[in-house]
Design a protein around this ligand. Structure first.
Ligand SMILES: C[S@@+](CC[C@H](N)C(=O)[O-])C[C@H]1O[C@@H](n2cnc3c(N)ncnc32)[C@H](O)[C@@H]1O
Length: 336
């Protein structure tokens, strides 16, 4: 270990057993996987997939007419090990100008207005607001993020400790109840509890990712959206983990109208003046989807069919393959 300190990339060191090793910087994936942990991180391949699903397109700081550019703000709960935080920060790095030296006393959740670093932070065009209920996890994650490549991604992140609802409510209040988030990620035990406040804080068409160890939590979120009639559409459910390749196994999670009940609905439709002709009824299919699906874009999830008629499908999609362990739900904030 002591032999490594002070050495440069491509220098050689010799182990106690006489084995020679060439030194090189750890990749982000190696760093997040191998750094000391207090909580299970999102593994690099899953973090990369989540970043890709969020479809981030930060513009460069020299973009003309900056006034038209909306600030890209990603909300992340919980911060955990800081693994996903680092992957997100790397993805938005090009949107901000070069950060001044980070003051040694700086904690990125503080307001350091006035000094160069504080002024720079106030003018960032892309940032991550990352919250964790545990102060210990948050401070560990700050250390993880700050120690990677001399803190090159640290200035893009604001770390917070506390309650999600309190944080988002106070931000909404200071923003005249206007949404302000372009993207959000929930990696905590019960994402369904925070969908209501997030559906207020997310911009129309903003993307939300939920990451859960079991499909049941994704299902609970789906049910919560239906019951509370929240303006969120579940676009994709992916199972990630060893054996599914690098893009996850796609799951089919949606409300359907079973064929046995379609006839009833058809009869009701014929006698109803209120029901529009939009409800999809297809005799060729065994069921009719009532939620978003790329192939059925016109079906709106909460309209026309009564909730009692609907059943929930939750199964792997056959034949679809695109790699940690868990279920990613990709949601979109709709604007009805
Ligand atoms: C699995 S870890 C997140 C790992 C992280 N995404 C990463 O990539 O390193 C879950 C975190 O959620 C935090 N957490 C649990 N309930 C929470 C809540 N209600 N609000 C905020 N954070 C919460 C936990 O303290 C824990 O640090």
């Amino acid at each position: 270990m002591n032999d490594i300190i002070g050495k440069k990339q491509r220098d050689w060191v010799t182990s106690m057993k006489g084995q020679k090793y060439m030194l090189q910087d750890p990749t982000l994936a190696e760093y997040t996987s191998c750094s000391e942990r207090v909580v299970t991180p999102i593994y690099p391949q899953d973090a990369s997939l989540i970043v890709s699903l969020l479809d981030l397109h930060p513009s460069t700081p020299d973009t003309e007419d900056r006034t038209k550019e909306e600030r890209l703000e990603i909300f992340e709960a919980g911060t955990g090990h800081g693994s996903l935080t680092l992957h997100l920060a790397r993805a938005i790095h090009g949107a901000n100008t070069h950060a001044p030296n980070i003051p040694s006393s700086a904690t990125t959740s503080e307001d350091e207005e006035g000094d160069a670093y504080g002024v720079w932070r106030a003018n960032r065009r892309a940032l991550i607001s990352s919250i964790d209920a545990s102060a210990a996890h948050s401070s560990h994650a700050q250390m993880v993020v700050r120690n990677f490549r001399r803190g090159m991604y640290y200035p893009h992140v604001d770390f917070h400790v506390g309650e999600i609802v309190d944080f988002l409510s106070s931000r909404l209040a200071s923003n005249k109840d206007e949404p302000f988030l372009t993207h959000a990620i929930l990696d905590l035990p019960d994402p369904s509890l925070y969908l209501e406040i997030l559906s207020k804080a997310l911009n129309p068409f903003g993307k939300l990712v939920t990451f859960s160890p079991s499909v049941t939590q994704t299902l609970n979120s789906f049910q919560a959206v239906k019951e509370q009639r929240l303006p969120l559409i579940l676009e994709k459910v992916l199972e990630v983990g060893a054996g599914f390749g690098s893009g996850g196994r796609e799951w089919d999670l949606r409300s359907v109208l079973p064929k046995s009940r379609q006839q009833n609905v058809k009869q009701i439709e014929r006698h109803s003046t209120n029901v529009s002709g939009d409800t999809m009824l297809n005799d060729e299919e065994t069921e009719t989807s009532q939620t978003n699906s790329e192939s059925e874009p016109d079906v709106e999830p909460w309209q026309d069919t009564s909730q009692e008629d609907l059943e929930t499908v939750c199964r792997p999609k056959p034949g679809v393959r695109i790699e940690g362990g868990g279920f990613i739900g990709l949601w979109r904030r709709m604007h009805f």
